[in-house]
Design a protein around this ligand. Structure first.
Ligand code: HEM
Ligand code: HEM
Length: 230
């Protein structure tokens, strides 16, 4: 049995599973629950904070979760696609990297477009009324379209993970829970550095979202369409 080494830090794992729960809740709140608009918006702000946190983490987190570690390019992608058997990567392989970056982009679009949404009854997103109505209509239809794309990507992601479990890395799903893989990955920073950097970046992400919801509308001169305050 090879030594198991940490490739996913605790915060990236929490990010992943909170993302799964949050996105599932966003669908449930719109399609199955009545009167859950306030919760939908709140969880949406949470998801925006999470994704902003992960972007900062991609620059200052442990080396295995940094963008630099899994930035795809055509050469590595084709080499990976031709390889038999497939090489095992500490985190994302070149194909997986494209999916992950697309995930980040779609979740960003989904949560930012939410800020311009309205249910035409009780709720208006905090940035509704800032832009021209035509542009806001496009942003609102993006909120629907990007969710459809997100669902498609989630299905592909789950199929890809299952394929990998069956053909290359049987421990892959467990690794997203305990963080370890049987690979040599020397730790790139101490526990203290991981915790302090994660908490500082989480503080920055939450502050950015809090200010965008509570102060940005005033700075942009938007008249609040309702008096919701988070
Ligand atoms: C709403 C559903 C899901 C979303 C949005 C999602 C999103 C993501 C994202 C963004 C990553 C990259 C993590 C990072 O680098 O920060 C990832 C990785 C991963 N996810 Fe998911 N995921 C979902 C569901 C699942 C499920 C149900 C499973 C298990 C069956 C799973 C297993 C994994 C695994 C094993 C990885 C690591 C893949 C690798 O090593 O390249 N995911 N997922
Ligand atoms: C990643 C985050 C988010 C996800 C996954 C998400 C998902 C969804 C989904 C699936 C719908 C239903 C679309 C349809 O029926 O075609 C929806 C509608 C909506 N969302 Fe979001 N949303 C997110 C963030 C937000 C945020 C941050 C806000 C507001 C602050 C927001 C406000 C709304 C509103 C007002 C509607 C329309 C409700 C209606 O038509 O009655 N969403 N969202």
């Amino acid at each position: 049995m090879k030594t198991q080494n940490q490739v996913w830090d605790i915060y990236t794992r929490l990010f992943h599973w909170l993302l799964v729960l949050g996105i599932a809740y966003q669908w449930v709140s719109m399609e199955l629950l009545d009167d859950a608009m306030e919760q939908h918006a709140l969880v949406g702000y949470g998801l925006l904070s999470l994704i902003l946190w992960r972007i900062i983490w991609g620059f200052i987190g442990p080396h295995t979760v940094r963008f630099r570690h899994f930035s795809p390019n055509l050469k590595t992608l084709f080499t990976y696609l031709r390889a038999k058997p497939k090489p095992v990567y500490a985190t994302h392989n070149p194909l997986g990297s494209i999916a992950v970056l697309t995930f980040f982009g779609l979740i960003l679009v989904q949560s930012i477009s939410g800020l311009f949404m309205t249910d035409d009854i009780f709720f208006s997103g905090p940035l509704l009324g800032w832009l021209d109505t035509t542009i806001e209509n496009v942003i609102q239809s993006l909120h629907d379209t990007s969710f459809d794309l997100l669902v498609l990507l989630i299905l592909v992601h789950i199929l890809a993970v299952v394929w990998h479990v069956l053909h290359a890395e049987p421990y892959l799903i467990k690794a997203m829970f305990h963080g370890k893989k049987p690979l040599i990955t020397p730790p790139s920073m101490s526990n203290l550095q991981v915790h302090s950097r994660a908490l500082v970046s989480l503080g920055i992400a939450i502050t950015l979202v809090y200010c965008s919801v509570n102060y940005l509308p005033q700075w942009l001169g938007i008249n609040p369409a309702d008096d919701w305050d988070f």
